[in-house]
Each structure stands twice: as C-alpha cells, then as structure tokens.
Design a protein around this ligand. Structure first.
Ligand SMILES: Nc1ncnc2c1ncn2[C@@H]1O[C@H](COP(=O)(O)OP(=O)(O)OP(=O)(O)O)[C@@H](O)[C@H]1O
Length: 240
C-alpha cells in the first residue's frame, strides 16, 4: 500500500483472524500498523488487495468499532451523552440510547459518572468511556490502536484486565495495536509481528495461556519467556 507521497507503508500483508480471537499487532514505529487498522476500518481505500470482515451474526450488531490512543470525547457532552453518540447518529430512539449507554457505562464501571463532563475524569476513566462508546454499538470486531499508551503502567494493567473481561463477556473479535510487548502477551491469543517499513508480517506467534488470565500471569517464567521471544523477533527478526 502506497500513500499519495509515494511512501510505501505495507507490503504483502496476508492474514486471517477467526471470530472471537484476540490478536495483537506489534512492530517498529512507522511500520504501518495504524495504516493496516485504518484499511480494515474502511478509512483508507487506495490499496491493492482484499479486506473482508465476517458477516454479522445478530441483527443488532455492528461490524466493527474503533478505539484510538486518544479518548476523543466531546468536552461539552456529559459521559452518558458521549457514549450514546453512535446510537444518536444511527437514529436509535432516545429511551433505547439511554438504556444501552447506561448498560455500557455499567460494564466499564462508570455508571456513577454518567453525568460528569470529560474534564472531571482521569485519563484511565476517559479511556473507559471511549471503550463504552465503542461497546454500545455491539461490534463484532474491535479495532484498538494503542488505546492505553498514554496511561501509567498500573492503570494500563487494570484496563488490560477490564478489556479481557469485556472481551470474554461479549465475545467480539479484537485486533489490538501496541508497542508494549507485555501488554500484547497478556492480552492476546496470537501476536502478529511486523518488520520495518514497508511493513510485512515476520511472525505470527500463538500465546498459549488459557483465559481468564490473572495478574499473577505477568510474574510467571513462561510469561517472561514469551515477552523475550517477541522482543527478539522485533530486534532481530528471529527467535533467540
Ligand atoms: N496520511 C499519510 N500520508 C502519507 N504518509 C503517511 C500517512 N500516514 C502514515 N504515513 C506513513 O506511512 C508509514 C506508516 O505509518 P503508520 O502510522 O501506519 O505506522 P505505525 O506503525 O502505526 O507507527 P507508530 O507505531 O509510530 O504509530 C510511515 O512512514 C508514515 O510516515
């Protein structure tokens, strides 16, 4: 895939994600991860190739939702009104908008802040609102582009655990971009490792830990071994 300035962002990308998988994409800065996410989201169309998102299984589900590094909340709208925005745009009736948005806020443990403005929330809380806004549409596929990279380590770990809980509960498929290898290993059933630009897939690594995953996993030897493997792949393109 080439941008208009002739920069080649991606080359020969070919992979499949099965429904319900949690797949992370890691790779050096500028290797085309966000480009890949934007292509899958339908935000870029001048590429050569074929992207298919599975057919929807339930009538009230949306094919996909996107969560970015920035929470991108509208500062003049209260939490509840930010979460119900996609339903408002889809012209869902107001009572249902409210009911579904409160349910989504409950899932991310922010129901008590439904009437707070974004300025009254911490960075981690804003990101949970952003997750609720994505979840309210009941997506089949969640595209998450470095959603927790601006947060401190402990908040990030808590949100990783929240995210896995939501994923297990609602059973959407996750495609998650991150620079944080521990985060990728903790969350994923599979990690796709990309090369320098133009981004190619250099490894597709299965992460064998069963779900639900507990915080103790992070201090296990096996966890450290997987983090080490992914780090070597990123550094040298091979396992050590
Ligand atoms: N709109 C654009 N126009 C031209 N070139 C672009 C555009 N967006 C990205 N690029 C280029 O495409 C390449 C891939 O960018 P992309 O943002 O997809 O990488 P990334 O892997 O997500 O990077 P990072 O990890 O730093 O966020 C980079 O060289 C970047 O300069």
């Amino acid at each position: 895939m080439y941008y208009e300035n002739n920069v080649q962002a991606l080359q020969d990308i070919d992979f499949c994600v099965t429904q319900g998988e949690f797949v992370s994409i890691v790779g050096p800065s500028g290797c085309g991860k966000s480009t890949l996410i934007r292509i899958i989201a339908g935000l870029i169309d001048n590429y050569v190739g074929d992207v298919r998102v599975a057919e929807m299984t339930k009538t009230d589900e949306q094919p996909l939702a996107l969560v970015f590094q920035e929470a991108n909340l509208l500062p003049w709208r209260k939490t509840l009104d930010n979460v119900r925005l996609p339903l408002e745009l889809a012209e869902v009736c107001e009572n249902v908008q409210k009911e579904k948005s409160l349910a989504a806020l409950d899932i991310v443990r922010l129901k008590d802040f439904a009437h707070a403005y974004p300025r009254e929330l911490s960075g981690g809380m804003k990101m949970r609102v952003s997750l609720a806004r994505a979840l309210v549409t009941k997506p089949q596929l969640m595209l998450l582009d470095e959603p927790f990279s601006a947060l401190d380590e402990i908040t990030r770990q808590q949100l990783n655990e929240d995210l896995l809980r939501l994923w297990q509960q609602d059973q959407w498929t996750a495609l998650f971009v991150t620079h944080n290898i521990s985060e990728a290993v903790f969350l994923s059933s599979r990690i796709i490792v990309m090369s320098d630009r133009p981004g190619r897939i250099i490894a597709d690594v299965a992460i064998p830990f069963s779900y639900p995953r507990t915080p103790q996993l992070r201090s296990s030897v096996e966890f450290a071994q997987h983090v080490g493997k992914i780090s070597s792949l990123l550094r040298e393109g091979t396992y050590e």
